[in-house]
Design a protein around this ligand. Sequence first.
Ligand SMILES: [Zn+2]
Ligand SMILES: [Zn+2]
Ligand SMILES: [Zn+2]
Length: 979
Amino acid sequence: MADQTADNKTAENKVSFKDTLNLPHTDFPIRANPQVDDPAMVARWEQEQLFSTSFDCNAGAQKYILHDGPPYANGHIHVGHAYGKILRDIVSKSQRMLGKHVPVTPGWDCHGLPIEFKVTQETPGMSPEQIKKASRIYAQKWIDIQRQEFKNLGVLMDWDRPYITMSSDYEASILQAFGMFVAGGYIERKNKTVPWCFSCQTVLALAEIEYQERKDPSTYVLFPLESKFFDHHPVLAHQPINFLVWTTTPWTLPLNRAVLIRPGARYVVLELLGKYIITAKQLADKVSALAEAEPKIIAEFSSDELVSFGAQAQHPFVDGLTVPVILDQSVLLEDGTACVHSAPGCGPEDYEVGVRNNLEIYSPLTPDGKYSADIAPRELEGMSITDGQIWVIKKLAEKDRLFFKTSIRHPYPHCWRCHNGLMFRATKQWFCDLERGDLRSKVLQAIDTIVTIPEKSSNSLKAVVEGRLEWCLSRQRVWGVPIPALLCIGCDHTYISQEFVESVASKVALQGIEYWDNVTVQELVPAGFKCPRCSGTEFKKETDILDVWFESGISHYAVLCKNKELGFPADLYLEGKDQHRGWFQSSLLTALVIEGVAPMKTIMTHGFTVDEKGRKMSKSVGNVVSPADMTKQLGTDGLRLWAVSIDCSGDAVISDVLIKNVAEVFRKIRNTSRFLLSNLYDFDIEKDAVSLKDMRLIDQYALQRLYEINEEIVQNYEDIDVTSIFHKLADYCATDLSSFYLDIVKDRLYVEKADGNARRSAQTACWYILDTLTKLTAPILSFTAEQVSDNYQKNKIKSIHLQQFAALNSPWKLIAAQEPTFDFARLANKGLRTVADRTQATLDEIQYVTQKHEQWELIKAMRSALLKAIEALREKGIIKHSLEVRMTIHLDDAQQQTLRSFFADLALHGQSIEEFFKEFLIVSQVVVVPSAAGLQPSESAGLAVLVEKAEGDKCPRCWQWEVTQDKDKLCARCQAIVR
Ligand SMILES: [Zn+2]
Ligand SMILES: [Zn+2]
Ligand SMILES: [Zn+2]
């Protein structure tokens, strides 16, 4: 905006009228100083106890429960954490400003492998008790650090009373929840195939596996087909036909439980080396090449036909064992023979095939890598699997089932500690049965009752639930909640019951999970208790712990249900899209068991933070941006504004272009607020406000626009459509205010009599705009809005974040209804804010408002046409400023007809059409003529115009041109004010 003060000093006139102008001033600084101001604001909120008062704000009103998901307490927050937390904060602040009671309890996830890893790396060789102690200290340290980092982002939550999954209360709640699963019959202990190091004798996590090159036998094995499928074939009828199976781990063949072939594929029977063998048609050449022979195809068939015929295969050397032939998508046609050996007890993919097809998870293997007593053939018992490789190859040769053998070098999984090759072995694990009581389908039905934002994200959520094979609840680790069970030493029978789990939970509530380490088996076993299976009397404690997703998953029970100040179900869960697989899913699964309904009404999902090329942020790529990096560039409020600029259905891009755009929008909003503030220094809304009916038409129009934008944005807050808010705020400040309304009323604010109606009318509109805008931006620009409201709210008694959005009436509707009070601002801050003016409007009122809209559309279209005409004159160098213009205009009959009531309104407000257009176009002279003769047509239909240089002299006070006899060349308006 042009600043009249500078030029006034150098005006050629001797007399300065600067002191007679109402020049803008405010203490609100031009530039934000986030490095100093942001920490100061956090400190002030701390002192005002805003974190806890916001928790209680609007108590008694309708509750809105936003359940904050717990981040993991290890390391500084990254920009993804900041993004999610800021969105949650924006939702809770806006819901609070809608008049609801919004208590938000933050949380932290504390148990689990990453922390256990970290502390055992720092201090190797610790006992389980020492690991737990160190883990507690480690997690607490990061909770404290992250808490401050979140506070620094302006996030208002009840930081002094968070939920922490390692608190003894929460640990006990986890066990109580688990007890309900036990009572419902969901929990079972059964075999699962896991990576196992037989030299270290331990299960390995995926992160502990490394791949190394290794030489193995490449073995082609014959599995005789058992089927009458070829009984009518001219050549093959009653001939021995074999599946050709390829393996590099012949020791696993005794554990074979199926032959897999690919669905929808063509297979052939080849005659090769005097044998009939089955392979995929696509691989016939490759397989024939093994025998250095031309492919000789005897028969061709589809895999589906063979399987639907009920084909089975004979085991190559275990007498009397036949295994099913199964169609499975995991079989590939690129390599091997496309007939695949499957041993569910010693391979991770085989395990999944086994679970899907109900195969036996057969794993007769000891922890030190030998065949156990359950093995068949029995002669393998006690033999190491390394020796088993040779034994099996010899056996195959002896039975004439070894078709071909060579060797292969390939990457093979090894143990990260001892670097020996791994085996896979089934061990006893604890599972939640997803079929029990139709749990999975109940979850799917519950998802249909949840509102998802974006809408299509419910499909992703359903897909992960549908695709979930099982939920393995146990981990062989230390830092976590124990599965409280007793195992019979004699027969490995499991003893667990809800009562038993509850009794352990009650002790854990007092002593933490350490109780389970300290209690003796004697204390736990009821007197006279015998194993129901073998009548044994010796037991040991289970040492497995629970999956951490179970821990955070039950937060609806531990936090929402147990805390009277909160409530169940939550209105909103809001997290990144990775939580479809994680927290959303574990929360739904556990809630359907514990409470029987979904724990949330709405799920909002946002994308991952990525760089401008769409790459996920990672240390190895070197594209990680920290929240601190962003606040350095943008300030905290700028970072928060960036968060709402992102469309949550895509990924959250951080790029220079985007940051520049956000910084520009932030600057525009801030400057708009500052301009408004600087013109309200002598205005008191209680004493100086002009009533609506006495305001100038353009001021009424500004309030009508304000009413509309307020309704729209408040609705966007209700719908959690934050991106629309970003664009509307940016557009409103730039288009409606900066280059339109505020540009037009600047003259009145600076020049007119300080307390005259003309200026007070504009100030009244400006005050409402500032108040409404500040409140609309407060959930996002939380620090700036607090600073701005410090400035304009006289005797401010509470934080902007404890106030409510402005509640406005439609000015045009009030005028149409001839409201006696013309009460623009509805009764705000009294109970729940009623959104939008939803009372029934009369037909007359609707017609009036519609007509007003049409008239203003026309007037604004005329304005842009006329401004273009002025611009043409400026380009020719005839004028520099629009105030040097005299404008002659003519409106044809149709235009006059449309604006008849508008012009009548102007007259009622004591303004001539010329005066209105003078201000509206920011020119010095306007003449409306009855004929278009001598005028040019404009871009606006029915409007003709002549633009000339204004007559007379430039008024040294207001810069308008006028023919004047005044000694100082003051215009008539300024004479009346000054003299
Ligand atoms: Zn090892
Ligand atoms: Zn027993
Ligand atoms: Zn003047």
